[in-house]
Write a new protein. Structure first.
Length: 386
């Protein structure tokens, strides 16, 4: 770890009553937004305890206090629900408070404030960047279904919108059109084939947002970033332990969470894969995730939501393609990019478009299974014999 980072971590730690000396720092590079460090503290008795120290990306989250208030309230609510259900298998992210009882702190670096927060490290757990088998897909679906279930009675008005219009796919598309016209980086010509596919699907981008505004489907407390690596799995039992990355918990639709969960858990390749022949939606992984998700949520969702679940997978995949492409057009200012890959965001967009094409091809099978799986779980909870 660089001398500078080590110095910063030590300065951050001064704001907390965390016992021991900082013995080891490791950067975790999986996120596209925040910077994450795993910090090992050596305590007086020789024990070692690990923590997650995260620098909040204020370009993406300009109001850290809003974001942290959401996390504090949501984790407190979930912990209460778990205790009530006497569920000790599952965990909730544990946020550390500063000496003056704040949920985050800041340090000043080169004249700018940098905001940090600390979580307890979840031990004896693993996470995956891709669902390697059906069990992982099932557990991931179950984990995010359980997350929504635990938060179904959370007072939604108390939640801040940390990123307004985060999943307003239609507005994301409109922004891309505008940025292509401005073309500040002179990249518009290069992205014509990708834009063409995005354009052809334009009419679908308002389907979920309209259903929300007309009241056809309800606003719920949702996670909004249901990637497979945001679920921690117990190393010994292979059960899901906890859902992490709560930055985007906001009022939203369960459809974006479900769709994004499938986009991430049922894909056969990483988001960074450039060999597009490897990028598919695996129907078995899709079924396993859907089964896990509906085993938790079938009883709590409406038939209007169920009827949009299949389409939500395609919409959210195209939305991410739009976001990557827009960032490429604007000069790569939002998502972290690999400095050795000048077209990183364009390649990510191509990857998502390849996935969207495959999703489209498989849509009849997707729709059929969702209905079947919903009827099964709904029937089970109503105790109807199958
Ligand atoms: C970002 O940083 P990470 O990996 O948790 C992004 C998500 C995208 C994802 C794509 C706040 O999440 O919306 O789906 O990258 N988070 C934000 O990998 O924009
Ligand atoms: Mg995230």
């Amino acid at each position: 770890m660089s001398h500078e980072t080590t110095k910063k971590i030590k300065e951050i730690l001064k704001n907390y009553e965390i016992p021991g000396e900082c013995a080891f720092i490791l950067e975790n590079h999986t996120g596209n937004i925040n910077s994450t460090y795993v910090v090992t503290m050596k305590e007086e008795d020789g024990n070692e305890r690990r923590y997650i120290i995260q620098k909040i990306n204020t370009n993406v989250f300009p109001k850290p206090s809003f974001l942290m208030r959401n996390i504090e309230n949501v984790t407190a609510h979930m912990a209460k629900e778990l205790k009530f259900a006497k569920d000790c298998k599952h965990q909730v992210l544990h946020l550390r408070k500063t000496k003056d009882e704040r949920t985050y702190c800041y340090i000043v670096s080169a004249g700018d404030r940098e905001y940090y927060r600390i979580f307890d490290y979840i031990e004896n757990a693993k996470s995956y960047n891709i669902a390697e088998n059906l069990d992982i897909a099932f557990k991931t679906g179950q984990a995010f279904g359980n997350f929504q279930k635990l938060l179904r009675n959370f007072p939604i008005d108390e939640l801040e919108e940390t990123i307004p219009d985060f999943h307003a796919t239609d507005k994301r598309y409109a922004q891309l059109e505008k940025d292509i016209i401005i073309d500040s980086e002179r990249r518009a010509l290069e992205i014509a084939p990708e834009f063409m596919m995005i354009f052809q699907n334009k009419n679908s981008y308002s389907h979920i947002t309209n259903a929300l505004t007309t009241g056809l489907i309800p606003l719920r407390v949702t996670h909004n970033d249901t990637k497979v690596n945001n679920v921690m799995i117990d190393k010994d039992t292979d059960e899901f332990l906890a859902v992490i990355d709560l930055d985007t918990v906001m009022p939203g639709s369960m459809l974006f969470d479900y769709g994004d969960g499938i986009r991430s858990s049922a894909a056969t390749a990483f988001e960074n894969e450039t060999d597009l022949s490897k990028v598919h939606l695996d129907l078995d992984l899709f079924k396993a995730y859907t089964d896990g998700y509906l085993s938790e949520m079938a009883n709590w969702i409406t038939s209007s939501e169920v009827s949009l679940m299949g389409e939500s997978i395609k919409i959210i995949t195209l939305e991410l393609a739009i976001r990557f492409l827009d960032d490429y057009v604007c000069g790569d200012t939002y998502f972290k990019v690999d400095p050795n890959r000048p077209k990183h965001n364009l390649e990510r967009a191509q990857n998502q478009l390849a996935l969207a094409k495959d999703i489209e091809k498989k849509m009849p099978k997707i729709e059929e299974f969702i209905q079947e799986c919903y009827n099964y779980h709904k029937g089970k909870s109503l105790n109807i014999k199958k």
